[in-house]
Design a protein around this ligand. Structure first.
Ligand SMILES: Nc1ncnc2c1ncn2[C@@H]1O[C@H](COP(=O)(O)OP(=O)(O)OP(=O)(O)O)[C@@H](O)[C@H]1O
Ligand SMILES: [Mg+2]
Length: 415
């Protein structure tokens, strides 16, 4: 029986879907590492957990190594180390290297985590990406802009959630950003990229030892950056009904080339067994560029959407994939979508929510689940808002209409 160690770090609703999937998977010995105490493991799953080790900080590679070593000593040799969060990927890779656990080591993990290196690796493999560089000074940043022209995007080298990501359209904006303290230095460089005018899509790919065996894709609208720049915008993700002969299918060869390049020489090993989340741009002229790739299950509600669209439980499927190198491709049954409900106005908490009942009525049968934003809730930091809804429909347009029905009617006010 493979011994799988899953890193929680906290037993929150979303994380518990993964914990549950591993706990219920036949033929696996499961151990958990978390920052939460053992008592926080969901009661119904506790009997299935062979070992638990608590550390204060799960992204600290040396603490993680102590935990995994202790579980190896107490429970048995560790065969797989798994975690769904982006911030865990580097420390997990370091622990695999240190303890000789199969899977992604730090060389490969860096290809996915360091945005500058990722783009270099992709470019070298002939995969289309935006012109980019790592600026270590204001002079270097200005030189990049001179070469590539405005607008540009400036973002952290290892970003997440589009935080600290800025579009710069003028010299004045660059100065304003610098005045705010956003200045690249040797020790805190900034990723700078040519601004791509395009629609944003995702491509979720299951690879087994480097070979793609299944894909699913979504479209973001508006883009995460636009959603952050315009806090009143409600943000949606749409997973289309069609899984053949679409702009997504046309992207598959690029997706293949990109993953092959990023997995590198490790592709045909356990390191090449993954569910990856690729964000890519589709320009009006039909050309595609890869933006970035996470070697982890997708966020922004895409796991639920994939589960709805394929009448599957993608958490269980991922657990099976990483534990056994096994995945059963799924047929698309529905189009699905997620709407992230965000507020208007200033203030740091919700003071009013309007239109919920009308929105639910208008979405009709398409509505799968809704998490309603409530008065008193703190304003959410990211583009995912304080509430969300998922929908499904037999047609892509049906799902789109249901999303519009929701976001046109729900009005959240901050105060
Ligand atoms: N070169 C670019 N051209 C145009 N828009 C960009 C570019 N790079 C990033 N963006 C915008 O900024 C958003 C965040 O950038 P990116 O995905 O690289 O960072 P992130 O912090 O990893 O985001 P997330 O965790 O939300 O996926 C993108 O989804 C896109 O909307
Ligand atoms: Mg991104």
């Amino acid at each position: 029986m493979p011994h799988v160690v899953f890193i929680a770090p906290r037993f929150l609703e979303n994380t518990n879907r993964y914990v549950r999937a591993f706990a219920l998977l036949e033929g696996v010995t499961l151990s958990l590492v978390s920052a939460d105490p053992e008592s926080a493991i969901p009661e119904s799953l506790r009997a299935k957990v062979a070992g638990h080790y608590r550390i204060d900080n799960c992204v600290d590679a040396s603490a993680l190594a102590v935990a995994v070593r202790a579980l190896a000593d107490g429970v048995g040799r560790v065969d797989r180390l798994a975690g769904a969060l982006e911030q865990l990927q580097m420390p997990m890779a370091e622990v695999r290297d240190a303890l000789g656990i199969e899977g992604i080591g730090s060389e490969v993990a860096r290809n996915f985590r360091d945005k500058d290196r990722m783009k270099d690796v992709l470019r070298a493999a002939g995969v289309p990406v935006a012109r980019s560089g790592l600026a270590t000074s204001m002079t270097a940043l200005r030189m990049f802009i001179e070469r590539v022209g405005l607008p540009v995007i400036v973002k952290p080298q290892a970003g997440v959630g589009a935080r600290a990501t800025y579009r710069i359209t003028s010299a004045a904006e660059l100065d304003a950003l610098a005045a705010q303290g956003v200045v690249p230095t040797e020790s805190k460089p900034l990723q700078v990229e040519e601004f791509v005018h395009a629609r944003e899509h995702t491509c979720e790919t299951v690879t087994i030892r480097g070979k793609a065996v299944w894909r699913s894709g979504t479209r973001y609208f508006p883009t995460p950056l636009e959603a952050l720049e315009s806090p009143w915008m409600q943000y949606c993700v749409l997973l289309p009904r069609e899984d053949e002969n679409t702009e997504h299918t046309k992207f598959h060869p690029v997706n293949d080339a990109a993953l092959t390049a990023l997995f590198g020489a490790s592709a045909s090993t356990a390191a090449g067994t993954a569910l990856t989340h690729m964000e890519w741009f589709l320009r009006d002229d039909g050309t595609a560029l890869v933006n970035e790739v996470g070697v982890r299950p997708p966020g922004v509600g895409i796991m639920p959407l994939m589960s709805i669209a394929h009448e599957a439980d993608l958490w269980e499927d991922w657990a099976e994939l990483v534990s056994f190198d096994r995945f059963t491709p799924k047929a698309r049954k529905w189009a699905a979508g997620a709407a992230f409900l965000r507020g208007h106005g200033g203030g740091d908490h919700i003071v009013a929510v309007e239109g919920l009942e009308e929105a639910v009525a208008a979405a009709g049968d398409a509505l799968v689940e809704i998490r309603t934003p409530k008065v008193g809730m703190a304003r959410a930091e990211g583009y995912e808002g304080e509430g969300w809804a998922t929908v499904r429909s037999a047609t892509t347009d049906g799902a789109k209409q249901a999303l519009l029905a929701l976001i046109d009617r729900v009005r959240i006010h901050y105060g």
